[in-house]
Design a protein around this ligand. Structure first.
Ligand SMILES: Nc1ncnc2c1ncn2[C@@H]1O[C@H](COP(=O)(O)OP(=O)(O)OP(=O)(O)O)[C@@H](O)[C@H]1O
Ligand SMILES: [Mg+2]
Length: 160
């Protein structure tokens, strides 16, 4: 587990970039936290850092947005807040084998129907800023956190 204090939205962006730079080739990430905790901010910064150039919309109503990645592969950004039930996931074409990165907001709304998370990011409001707790859910996830913790960018973010 690694915990960060993110004093402003720029710090959330920096965490998104750090995760993009250190992520394994395939990763399933659950983004948890209340309304306004910063899940979409983190996802947007992450996708930008992976080279996504066009508009990055919050999938509030579409439930899912697809992004081809320049390095090959494909990212899925999901926001399941408005999903009617776990069964609705089947209609979102999530069986796409090309999906290499999953960024899932409100995963708890489709509990049991989503693949297990390699990494869970728990965001919470803390005064004017946010806290982010990163928890590995698989061997891939714990290796990732260890690798990330050894980077200079991680140190810089921890001392903000
Ligand atoms: N570390 C931070 N400190 C202060 N404000 C932040 C921080 N990170 C993000 N914000 C701000 O919080 C607001 C809400 O962020 P965001 O839309 O990412 O939340 P969300 O968790 O996706 O919410 P929802 O559940 O409604 O989708 C935005 O105005 C964003 O700029
Ligand atoms: Mg959001």
């Amino acid at each position: 587990m690694i915990e960060f204090f993110l004093p402003d939205a720029a710090a959330t962006d920096a965490l998104g970039a750090l995760l993009a730079q250190t992520q394994p080739a395939n990763a399933i990430v659950h983004l948890q936290g209340d309304l306004g905790a910063g899940k979409s901010t983190l996802a947007r910064a992450w996708l930008r850092a992976l080279g996504v150039a066009g508009a990055i919309r919050s999938p509030t109503y579409t439930l899912v947005e697809h992004y081809p990645l320049s390095g090959g592969g494909k990212a899925l950004h999901l926001d399941l807040y408005r999903i009617a039930g776990a069964g609705e996931l089947e209609f979102l074409a999530l069986d796409d084998a090309a999906a290499t990165l999953w960024l899932v907001e409100w995963p708890e709304r489709a509990a049991g129907a989503l693949p297990d998370a390699d990494l869970r990011v728990e965001l919470a409001v803390a005064g004017e800023g946010r806290t982010a707790r990163l928890l590995g859910g698989t061997g891939t996830g714990t290796d990732w956190l260890l690798r990330m913790s050894k980077t200079v960018a991680c140190d810089a973010l921890l001392t903000r």
